[in-house]
Each structure stands twice: as C-alpha cells, then as structure tokens.
Design a protein around this ligand. Structure first.
Ligand code: ACO
Length: 427
C-alpha cells in the first residue's frame, strides 16, 4: 500500500498521499486538502512548503550536499566550464563536445542588442544601482524581442534560451562599463563564453586586452557555484512570474529584482560593506559579533546563515579556497580577507552561531574575490545574476514544459469583518 498521512479534523479522518523524492525526501500531497476538508495550510516564508517537483538541483542542507542534475558541485566547480554547466542545468545532460560547440556558436550568433537599448541605458543616472538597471534592461529586451514562445516547440524554446544566454552578458558588461564611464562595446566571439565576458568587462579602450587565466578560472568557478540553488527566493519568483505565461525575459527580470535584496544575492555586496565598516572601525570583530547577537540591534552578520544549509554551505568551502588562491595569484593583499577569516573563526566558536547552526554562506567570500578582480562592490550581485541565469532558465523551462498551473497562494484573512462605509466628514 502506498504511504499516506492522515488528518483528523472535525470528527473525520482524511488521508493524504505521500510523495517520495529520488533522494528519500518525502512530502504530503495536499492538492485535495481544501476541497475535502475546507482547510488550507499556513506557512509564511514557505519554510515547510514544496512548491513543485523538480529534477534540476538536489540539496541536503543538513549534510551540506549540492548537486546539479546528480553531479556534485565540487566536481563541476573543479572540472567543468560554465557553458557545460548551463547546458546540463537547462537540458538535463552534460553536452558532448559537438553539442557544446553548437550551443556556443548559436549564442554567438545572437550576441547583439538593438542599439536603441543603449538610449534606455544612457537615460539612467551613473549612480543608479546596477541591479535596478539590469532588471530594467532585461525587461526592456521583451520590447525588442516581442515574439512569444510556443513552449511546445523545442525549436522556439531553444531559440529563446540561446537569445537570453547571449544577451544578458552584454547587458551586464554594459551596465559595468557605463558605471565606469567606459565605451559600450561588444566582445570577441572567437573566445569562450566566460573568457568573452571577462574581455567585455575588463578591456580598457586605450590598451590591448591580455586575458588573465586566473581571472577567467575564478570567474568560471564563481558562476558555476551560483548557477542554481533549487527553489530559492529569486528562482521561485522566476517560476511564479513565468507561471502566468509571462515571457522568459520578463520572468528573469523579476528574478533579478528578487536577487537584489540583502537577505538573498545582495548579501555579497553587504558582506564587503560590513567588512569594510569593521576595518574602518578599528577591526574589532568581537564588537560586531556582539551586535549580531544582540536582539535589540537590527545588525546581522552578513554572509552568515542560510534558510536550508544547517551544517555548512558546500559552495562557501570552495569559494574560501578560491579566494585564497586568487588573491595569492594576483598578488593582492586585502586586509578585509583577514577580517573575514577572524570573524568566521570567532563565529564558529561562539555558542550563539553554533546553536542556531549559522555558518558562512556562498556570499561570505565571493565579494572578496570579485573585489580582487577589480569589480566594484555594487556590481557583485550583478555577477551573481549572471551566474544564476542558467538556473532561472532551467527552472522556467521545467515549469512551463510541465504545464504547471499559475502560482497563486491563498491566505488566512485576519482583517476587519464587514463594516459600512463612513463618509470623510464623519471620520
Ligand atoms: N546574524 C545573526 N543572527 C542570525 C543571522 C545572522 N546572519 N541569521 C540568522 N540569525 C538568527 C536569527 O536572528 C534567528 O535567531 P532566533 O532564533 O534567536 O530568533 C535564527 O538565527 C534563525 O534565523 P531566521 O532569520 O529565522 O532564519 P531564516 O532561514 O529565515 O533566514 C537568512 C536565513 C535570511 C539567510 C538569514 O540567516 C540572514 O539574514 N543571513 C544574513 C544575510 C545573508 O547572508 N543572506 C545570503 C543568503 S545566501 C543566498 O541568498 C545566496
């Protein structure tokens, strides 16, 4: 007999089926709950709610496991290139050399943007936050590519995927160049996907561009580590926006806005700002740990804690090692890295953080690497968005091809009961 859970309510018993995941996770299937019991579930922040079945990413927060399509993140970060990982996430299998090369060639073919989009970019003040600009430009791409995608057509789906994979890196580099006051240019399409992104961002108008393999490798690793993370805030946003059958650009634009917040992707910027503030304040890490523990103080230790990881974030382990290597290879001495290491050590030995299972997350060290590469702080979350793009696409595609219904949660209303309108002069 298949497993089920029972609810006893109002003198009756209702049986609900249990759904088994492929890694032993179980869920109560409540699809029939309201129609049979009149009850709904209440779970602010969705801490206990599965929004979908997915075959893309598996993570076990207790054991610190993260796998894309079954492959451990450690192996992918060590051995794969970013486009291979993107292909894996989106299409389900690692590409053959031929599939990889065709994907890259198709992306190169689409690597241009309507010049009119530059006018929109130029109308933003230079001081505008790059995440706001990127989200707006991504949404604006819809206007320049208005054809909607027939999700039942493999060809149309593939073309939409190629288009956004091609155009987002150009937008990212343009947002960066605009911020730096540099001319907006295209890349060199004889290069690989990540190598070309590095060139678009780091080429100076007055100098021959010389690629730096250390930067290309570090960028590849960071983008792979950020590529997907199952149903996090921005990915859930992409899926829910897409569930209304909004297009891919519009859905990704919404994901970028969700990622921007300091409790999510914006944490990489917030971490470096926090470490800088500690440095300016004399480097007293204990003072900031005490602030983080003080419930009357809104300060949180940025880059610490995670909704799902309650042991360690496997991405943080890889990134910490990469930070040491990159700073060493580039010959960068950054006192902020020393502050980060002391803060981490002290927090890991402090019962407040140990008891609450608060460990460094992926963002604790990523900002330090971006900084060593010469990327300004406000661009860190934009780099995260670039890495997360394949994950958003994969999740959007999965949601659309599985014909998931529109995302529309319910609520428990706790407001006023019915009352009569009072004219303004009587209030
Ligand atoms: N500093 C101090 N205390 C913390 C921190 C922190 N960074 N994170 C959690 N806590 C405490 C909470 O105050 C709470 O304490 P209490 O039980 O005494 O009330 C307890 O730990 C549980 O925290 P919640 O906020 O309930 O955990 P939740 O799962 O909702 O939040 C989150 C997770 C948002 C990541 C949180 O840990 C946080 O704000 N961290 C800092 C921001 C950050 O680094 N975000 C990046 C996440 S990774 C990513 O998005 C890519």
């Amino acid at each position: 007999m298949s497993k089920q859970a029972s609810i006893h309510y109002n003198g009756s018993t209702f049986d609900l089926p249990i759904i088994d995941g492929s890694e032993g996770e179980c869920a109560i299937d409540i699809k029939s709950l309201r129609s049979t019991t009149q009850l709904i579930t209440l779970d602010p922040g969705f801490k206990n709610t599965g929004s979908c079945e997915s075959s893309i990413t598996f993570l076990d927060g207790e054991k610190g496991v993260l796998r894309y399509r079954g492959y451990p993140i450690e192996e992918l970060a060590e051995k794969a290139n970013f486009l291979e990982v993107a292909y894996l996430l989106i299409f389900g299998e690692l590409p053959t050399q031929e599939q990889h090369d065709v994907f890259l060639t198709d992306i190169k073919e689409e690597s241009y943007i309507d010049e009119d989009l530059k006018k929109i970019l130029e109308s933003f003040p230079k001081s505008a936050h790059p995440m706001g600009v990127l989200s707006s430009l991504t949404s604006a791409l819809t206007a320049f590519n208005p054809a909607s995608v027939d999700v039942d057509s493999n060809e149309q789906m593939y073309n939409a995927i190629v288009r956004i994979m091609a155009k987002l890196p150009i937008l990212v580099s343009w947002v960066f160049l605009k911020r730096m006051g540099l001319p907006l240019k295209y890349g060199d399409y004889s290069l690989g996907y990540v190598e070309n992104i590095a060139r678009m961002m780091f080429r100076k108008p007055n100098k021959e561009y010389v690629p730096n393999p250390i930067i290309d490798d570090a960028l590849t690793k960071l983008l792979i580590l950020h590529a997907d993370h199952e149903q996090n805030c921005s990915t859930s946003t992409v899926r829910i926006v897409g569930s209304s059958h909004a297009g891919l650009f519009a859905s990704v634009s919404a994901g970028i806005s969700a990622l921007w917040g300091p409790l999510h992707g914006g944490a990489n910027q917030a971490v470096v700002e926090m470490l800088e503030a500690i440095k300016q304040d004399g480097g007293d890490t204990k003072k900031y740990l005490d602030k983080a523990k003080d419930k009357s103080d809104p300060f949180r230790l940025m880059g610490f804690g995670h909704r799902v990881y309650k042991n360690f974030d496997p991405r943080a382990k890889i990134i910490k090692k990469t930070a040491d290597e990159v700073l060493g290879d580039l010959g960068v001495v950054d006192p902020v890295l020393d502050i980060a290491k002391s803060l981490e050590q002290e927090a890991l030995n402090d019962s407040y953080f140990v008891d609450r299972k608060l460990y460094p997350n992926v963002d604790f060290y990523s900002g330090i690497i971006y900084r060593a590469m010469g990327i300004p702080t406000e661009m860190f979350t934009v780099m995260f968005a670039l890495g997360r793009l394949p994950g958003w696409i994969a999740q959007w595609r999965e949601m659309r091809t599985r014909k998931e219904p529109i995302g529309r949660p319910r609520q428990i209303y706790v407001g006023h009961n019915k009352r009569s309108f009072v004219p303004m002069d009587k209030r």
